[in-house]
Design a protein around this ligand. Structure first.
Ligand code: FES
Length: 573
């Protein structure tokens, strides 16, 4: 131990003979605590994203009790704090609008209360980056407890994956090959247990990234939510949180450029969600570590996709766990990783991987038979995306990866919904569907509209993929030739705002380019005619968001949260 009880941060609240300390101790007795139960012990904040509306986190109330058990066992004092739940399913227009709010809430709770360390409980898409961004800024010792994926879905002998199979069967329903009865059965069979989406969507991508960063116990991110191992992991995380406080092992000692490079490589090897690029750039910004889109493209080119998991592959997270989980995959990637950096265990990343083996080469591919020899994501540039765009090309029809077609432009999601099935819409399978006005400010919140629906009449003719371009994001469970995160977005005058119906657009993934084939003089004329839209929000949190959110290539953080600098500790005496 390097710290004494009187060195604990919480001692500023509870220690000494002053009136404030008296008041804090008196109120602790009001909480039902005898002084010997908590004074001089590390206070561990359990930040819990449980709520009654978030099915992915419905088990976290019970799991928080296991965390608290571990904290008590190790001689700490657990205090549970409810924080924003950010249900990906129910929060509108998108929980991405509120990721930074959760990050602020996390940071300020840790700062303003007598807290020595934290256990962060989340998993549903935006909760992982939100919690970790706040914890990185607060820089108190912290450990992440991933909610864990739900069990496989089932329907008439078929295995169903969250999101992925919903989109797939929705296309079949619209094409008329699935009836109302089957559709109702699918609704009942898709999500069978608590836990996060069990495809390699944003949730599993980000919890795996958190593990690769070194912020979870080894293996934690792969454990299914309802497995008894998840209870044991939660308790062990509580115990470890107390040890972290005594060792003063803070996020800033763990989150260096090597950790972020390894997290990026992990995302690529998993065939993970494109959302991870935005979140990891934002998280690295909080750690004051340079990380940009070019880094992802470079890492992608040298990292094979080893996880054969939907939407890019065949299996689901439950299969991944039985095949050895993330530790086994990382052990296969070992030569590409920085194994000498420290993690939340106090050991090196390499030591955390010791003994990990793959039990099923179909699910976690061998290096000599990867799903793809390069990571599944490419970063595109060109006159349509001067600051970059992203495509998850492993989940796209290969023949579309080099394609030129005429634009069919939609301005905002409502326009898209209103006109996509208009019989008069001049669209063919060669068209490039463009959605402008769905970015960080215009969306607002950059919703997951990026998998633009294929028009019904083309679906009925058997078309299942088209090139689509937007400044939106896409669910990690989605698929298709969807160019996403075009920056700068249309709402702030990015070139996407200048595209007109019929303009040829060229996508060339091998060349990493996205071009609007319109003469520069014509684009200059259109630019001069462009008028900025009205701000989306007039007041409240939305106005704060609108004023300060950065573009996708910079992680969509608030510039005042990403900037370097330190805030004073609150005076508790
Ligand atoms: Fe919560 Fe997918 S909806 S993880």
């Amino acid at each position: 131990m390097t710290k004494r009880p009187e060195d604990l941060r919480s001692h500023q609240w509870y220690g000494g003979e002053g009136l404030r300390a008296f008041s804090h101790r008196a109120r602790s007795r009001q909480l039902g605590l005898n002084p010997e139960e908590h004074l001089g012990k590390p206070v561990i904040a359990i930040l819990n994203t449980w709520s009654g509306i978030n099915p992915c986190h419905m088990h976290l109330r019970e799991r928080a009790e296991q965390v608290a058990r571990g904290v008590w066992q190790a001689g700490g004092y657990p205090v549970e704090f409810p924080v924003s739940t950010l249900s990906e399913t129910f929060c509108k227009p998108t929980p991405m609008l509120y990721r930074n709010l959760l990050a602020m809430e996390t940071e300020e709770i840790l700062r303003s209360y007598p807290v020595d360390g934290a256990v962060l409980m989340g998993g549903c898409d935006k909760t992982t980056p939100g919690l970790l961004m706040g914890a990185a800024s607060a820089d108190l010792p912290a450990i992440f407890v991933p909610a864990g994926p739900m069990l496989r879905g089932h329907w008439r002998g078929e295995t169903l994956g969250s999101g992925t199979d919903m989109w797939r069967y929705w296309d079949e329903r619209r094409a008329g090959t699935i009836g109302a009865e089957e559709w109702d059965e699918l609704e009942a069979g898709l999500a069978r247990s608590p836990g996060t989406c069990m495809t390699m969507g944003t949730a599993s991508t980000m919890t795996s990234a958190a593990e690769a960063l070194g912020l979870t116990l080894p293996g934690a991110s792969s454990i299914p939510a309802v497995d008894s191992a998840h209870n044991r992991m939660a308790a062990a995380s509580g115990r470890r949180a107390v040890e972290l406080v005594w060792a003063d092992l803070t996020p800033s000692r763990i989150l260096d450029s090597r950790a972020y490079a390894d997290a990026a490589a992990t995302v690529m090897a998993l065939g993970g969600s494109t959302n991870a690029l935005i979140h990891l750039i934002a998280m690295a910004g909080r750690s004051q570590v340079p990380l940009n889109l070019a880094d992802f493209d470079r890492i992608a080119r040298t990292t094979p996709v080893l996880a054969d998991i939907r939407p890019g592959g065949r299996f689901l997270m439950e299969d991944f766990y039985y095949a050895g989980g993330l530790r086994a995959l990382l052990a296969r990637l070992r030569d590409r990783l920085h194994t000498d950096r420290i993690t939340v265990t106090g050991r090196t990343f390499g030591e955390d991987l010791a003994g990990a083996i793959v039990h099923d080469d179909n699910v976690i591919r061998r290096l000599d038979s990867p799903l793809s020899t390069e990571g599944g994501v490419a970063v595109l540039r060109g006159n349509l995306a001067p600051d970059g765009a992203v495509i998850k090309y492993v989940a796209a029809a290969p023949e579309l990866l080099r394609h030129t077609g005429p634009a069919v432009v939609f301005h905002g999601y409502r326009d898209l919904q209103d006109r996509i099935n208009d019989p008069g819409l001049a669209v063919t399978e060669d068209s490039v569907l463009v959605l402008a006005g769905a970015g960080p400010k215009g969306g607002p919140g950059m919703p997951e509209y990026g998998m633009l629906p294929i028009p019904d009449r083309l679906l009925k003719r058997g078309v299942r993929d088209m090139v689509r371009v937007s400044d939106a994001r896409m669910s990690g469970t989605s698929y298709g030739a969807c160019v996403l995160h075009v920056a700068p977005e249309a709402h702030v005058g990015g070139p996407l705002a200048l595209v007109r119906d019929g303009d040829p657009i060229t996508l060339d993934v091998a060349d990493r380019t996205l071009r609007l084939e319109v003469p520069e003089e014509e684009l200059a004329r259109r630019r001069a005619e462009w008028t900025p839209p009205e701000p989306v929000f007039e007041r409240g949190y939305g106005a704060l968001y609108y004023e300060h959110v950065t573009q996708a290539d910079r992680g969509c953080d608030f510039e005042f949260l990403a900037r370097p600098g330190k805030n004073p500790e609150p005076y508790a005496g």
